[in-house]
Write a protein that binds this ligand. Structure first.
Ligand SMILES: [Zn+2]
Length: 138
């Protein structure tokens, strides 16, 4: 009898291909939180169910200011429903900074940046290589 071998790489790659949607309420919640923390950044984890990002995961110990938000990666790595991060750019720029690129490459696989003035369309999603990806809102 063959025993299935868990392959983290295979699971991660397959799951990354499956995530194509984000629940509209997640974007709305992130926009409201970003308005509330403005002029400081807001940051949270993203949880998915199936192919859809369905929830924000608040990350304990997150600290933020106008230039950045920081948290301990290990706080979210243990949660297998967490697929990435979302954070705000009070400057409005929807472009990953150098620290963002390092974060995207090291934790999660889908990342969202929301930008001032935090209207409904003021967001972009990125993959681990900081390439823009398309997520449908549902
Ligand atoms: Zn950023």
């Amino acid at each position: 009898m063959d025993v299935p071998v868990f392959s983290r790489r295979r699971v991660t790659r397959r799951a990354a291909q499956e995530i194509r949607c984000i629940d509209h309420s997640v974007i709305q919640a992130a926009m409201e939180a970003s308005k509330h923390t403005y002029p400081n950044e807001f940051a949270a984890g993203l949880s998915a169910s199936g192919s859809t990002i369905t929830a924000l995961t608040l990350i304990p110990g997150t600290r933020s200011n106008f230039h950045s938000a920081s948290f301990n990666y290990h706080s979210i790595l243990g949660d297998f429903s967490t697929v990435g991060t979302i954070h705000s750019h009070p400057s409005g720029a929807l472009i990953p900074s150098a620290p963002d690129r390092r974060l995207f490459a090291s934790v999660g696989r889908i990342h969202v940046i929301v930008g001032y003035p935090f209207y409904e369309s003021d967001w972009c999603a990125f993959d681990r290589e900081s390439r823009r990806i398309s997520l449908s809102t549902v």
